[in-house]
Write a new protein. Structure first.
Length: 423
């Protein structure tokens, strides 16, 4: 249960923060956000704000999404012959359109739809009370709402508030805002960690911080603030060298040359075996050395740690081109496994995991792959260079190709993760 709660919190925060970035800049750009949903699946609660956005809470606590006006897959489909009811305002314009069987509008007008234009002309034509001899045409209020089949009420999407009507720069910023929020979250989480730890770790030194009681390092007699000079005759100059050698030897005895109190000595120990991303790694129970402890050090440290992580992720992405392997990728199953390990190690590990996944989500979403934010930004750039939008049909085909590629890759990655963790 602790693992499930940790996974839902981590995954939920990452997605909601990401989607809020799109939401915020879409609103700033004059784009109507029809719905901001927390969770997925059936609606539990809905409230329409004065800003025209319907805020919904949904049953499955896994992330969330935003629906922006004008995106093809977010429009409410009204087809000829569809039964509906209309509620008029004081000026005789349609204020609410109800196509749901779950909702009844008192004093509404039953209508069998002939045609509707809720984008440009803002009109609805139909047979009133199902009487084909009474064909009527109603003008639709610009800010009218439609109650969809599932009972969710959202604003209609006239042309002037649609995504494509915004300036190209505003659309690019809206697409970029999701990953941007993930980067901001990463920095904030690292700053929080710095304050919780009492300082910022120093990575360019072979000096360690504290030694955990009962761990292999403590049992070997290593003390706090010792320097690790060499492991099995390999010279150690910084924290990355140290962790690489220890993690590469799970369950294997190693010889360490250390310096304590101005004296050198040699000890032997066996790193404990731990699972990380489906791989066995060694751990000896030590923490990083902290020297930067001022307020500004901790704040600046949040930025530098985030940047260091970005560099490591780009190195990992680069390694995919030199030697591709599904083992270098991870999906929801790996996220769950990592959440399980983090939950057992305490709140600091959970915060680090969230920061790690947040920056990963931001970078991956910026890859120039159709259906990702980076792919959308690339299409925005092409439109800016051409001076006109790409043909909607061609853009749809490109986006669909990207979506299929991502789905196939996710299936392969998920199956690979299941094989690694459960078989």
């Amino acid at each position: 249960m602790r693992t499930i709660i940790t996974f839902l919190i981590v995954f939920g925060v990452l997605v909601i923060v990401h989607e809020f970035g799109h939401f915020f800049f879409a609103k700033r750009s004059g784009i109507l956000v029809r719905e901001f949903a927390i969770g997925m699946g059936p609606k539990v609660y809905a409230h329409m704000g004065k800003d025209g956005t319907t805020y919904t809470l949904r049953l499955l606590p896994i992330g969330g999404y935003v629906r922006m006006a004008g995106l093809e897959d977010e429009e409410t489909e009204l087809s000829p012959g569809m039964p509906m009811s209309l509620e008029l305002d004081g000026q005789g314009q349609v204020q609410r359109i109800n196509v749901s069987k779950k909702v009844q509008l008192p004093n509404s007008i039953p209508l069998e739809l002939i045609a509707a234009d809720l984008v440009d002309d803002l009109t609805i034509k139909g047979y009133e009370n199902g009487d084909e001899s009474r064909e009527v045409v109603y003008t639709v209020n610009h800010d009218a709402t439609v109650i969809e089949d599932n009972g969710t009420e959202v604003r209609i999407a006239p042309r002037d508030v649609q995504f494509q009507s915004a300036k190209i720069g505003a659309r690019m910023l809206t697409n970029f805002a999701g990953p941007l929020n993930n980067f901001i979250l990463t920095v904030v989480l690292f700053i929080v960690l710095a304050f919780m730890q009492g300082g910022v770790p120093v990575l360019d030194t072979n000096q360690i911080g504290t030694v955990q009681p009962g761990g292999p390092a403590a049992e070997a007699g290593i003390k706090d603030n010792a320097r690790i000079l060499a492991i099995d005759d390999k010279e150690i100059s910084d924290w990355n060298d140290l962790t690489a050698e220890i993690q590469a030897n799970p369950g294997k005895e190693v010889t360490m040359r250390i310096a304590e109190d101005g004296k050198e000595k040699t000890v032997k120990l066996t790193p404990e075996t731990s699972e990380n991303g489906g791989q066995k790694i060694g751990m000896i129970g030590i923490s990083q050395y902290m020297t930067k402890t001022s307020f500004m050090d901790k704040v600046v440290g949040g930025f530098t740690q985030a940047w260091d992580l970005v560099i490591e992720i780009f190195k990992a992405l680069g390694s995919l081109f030199t030697g591709f392997s599904l083992n270098k990728l991870g999906g929801p199953v790996m996220m769950y496994e990592m959440s399980s390990q983090a939950a057992s190690q305490g709140i600091r590990t959970v915060i680090y995991l969230m920061a790690f996944l947040s920056v990963n989500l931001g970078i991956v979403n910026l890859l120039p792959i159709p259906a990702f934010d980076g792919g959308k930004i690339l299409l925005n750039i092409i439109e800016a260079l051409r001076g006109k939008p790409m043909d909607p049909e061609k853009e749809g085909m490109i986006t669909m190709a990207g979506f299929v590629f991502i789905m196939v890759l996710m299936i392969l990655v998920t199956w690979n993760d299941i094989s690694r963790f459960f078989f």
